[in-house]
Design a protein around this ligand. Sequence first.
Ligand SMILES: Cc1cc2nc3c(=O)[nH]c(=O)nc-3n(C[C@H](O)[C@H](O)[C@H](O)COP(=O)(O)OP(=O)(O)OC[C@H]3O[C@@H](n4cnc5c(N)ncnc54)[C@H](O)[C@@H]3O)c2cc1C
Length: 487
Amino acid sequence: MQHTTAFQRITSQLSQRPDPDRCRRSPFTIAIVGAGFSGTLLAFHLSRLCGPLPVRLVLIERASRFAQGAAYSTRCPLHLLNVPAGRMSALPEAAGHFVNWLAQEGLDADPDSFQPRQVYGRYLRSLFDQSTEHFAGLEHLRGEVTAVLPNPDGTAAIVELADGSSLTADRVVLALGNLSPAQPLAGHWDFYQSPRYARDPWSETLFSGLDPQAPVLLVGSGLTMVDKVLELEEAGHRGAIFVLSRRGLMPLAHRFPRGRARLPALLPATADGWCRLLRQLARESADWQHVVDGIRPLTEQIWSAFSLQEQHRFLRHLRPYWEVHRHRIAPEVARQIEQVRTSGRLQALAGRLLAFYERADGVEVVFRPRGSGERQSLKVERVVNCTGPESRIERIAEPLIRRLHAQGLIRANQTGLGLDVTAGGALIDHSGTASRLLFTIGPLRKGCLWETTAVPELRGQAAVLARQLLEPVLANLTAAGGQGQNS
Ligand SMILES: Cc1cc2nc3c(=O)[nH]c(=O)nc-3n(C[C@H](O)[C@H](O)[C@H](O)COP(=O)(O)OP(=O)(O)OC[C@H]3O[C@@H](n4cnc5c(N)ncnc54)[C@H](O)[C@@H]3O)c2cc1C
């Protein structure tokens, strides 16, 4: 609170006082790499705070559209948010912001509704447009960042883009979102080059040229799989859809009325302890969903109370069960998936993938059904990798991440999930030193926070990081003001 007051005091003094030096000073440059939800919201908060400050903001995005990201750039109207509208405000201080925007746009503003993700993309775009209006120092740069090269004393860095251009920044924030999935099986490099295989499930040309009667295999049975089934439906696909995953667990649907179970004051610090508590709460509660929703606001606290050993134990034994209960889908989406399933066109298989063999007339996929010693095979025309984002650094193909890792500027989190960061999102280098220059927001913080991919967490991170990034600017201005008064 004290900090807020100081911040407001300085910025309001600056806006009232003409600053003759402002044009001559080189501005403090903040480069944000990635303009999906996190990058857009960070730019939004910065643009609101920066008004009178000598700051240059550069938002860099490699995709054709800003303020969309993987989730909200979808062209499929069947893709719905998996969180009710009432919880999707982009602003932590205004819980009803998204619902109010829906009402202003003349759309269904029921807080329990599950809005199309395209609509949410429009909402983000409106915030993006407001940022540009708020702050003339905000620039948008289209291109892929391939390297960040800090100067020797680590006070600034050159940000290089794939087209050979570059800029110098005093702070660089990686808002890269979820990274592409790893290959589903080691080896098979020839098959992975085939047009019959799609590593990137978000590619716009994923199903182009596909015979509507052709069988398709989706590897993985989480939210990405749900999206792909809906896309096939939307495109009028009539062929078989096979879904293969280790356990055959499918996402569950949200149920109403919502509620939150009360948790005991003293929470367990082990994965086993949590297992016992969850079973007990599920027995006592009207609905297990209330138990999961009761835990949700505390996940970061629970995760950080686990020892590294307990975090690994959770990841090994409980993660798949937690994921299906936590990442639920809209009831109408669940009904559509169920319809495709009962029509016999969607078959969910539990088993271990063993091999792909590409033949002239399709792909033979060999797998071992769960609990069986037998091998079975399927013949499909297209295989789509729906295994979910990769967060193990050593398996990430992203050129920027690989380069930063090779430079020793980042290191993997000990859990194996994402990067090592401080509580404020500063990246930690290979020697354990927190960077003053490089920050991240969003899914790359997963190992430290566990829950860091959805809007309810990201909106808070963006607001906090914006203030933190401006601290050196405020400190300089305060020092300069003090000197001015003394002289
Ligand atoms: C399909 C899907 C549906 C989802 N639905 C919901 C939902 O309903 N509710 C919810 O709360 N959350 C949902 N999520 C979670 C989602 O991750 C967040 O809501 C949010 O979109 C993540 O924002 P982000 O900015 O971290 O990542 P993204 O929005 O993916 O943005 C990252 C951006 O960085 C860009 N980029 C990456 N590397 C570079 C580079 N080197 N140079 C330049 N640009 C780069 C990418 O092009 C991308 O635009 C969903 C996620 C997905 C994938």
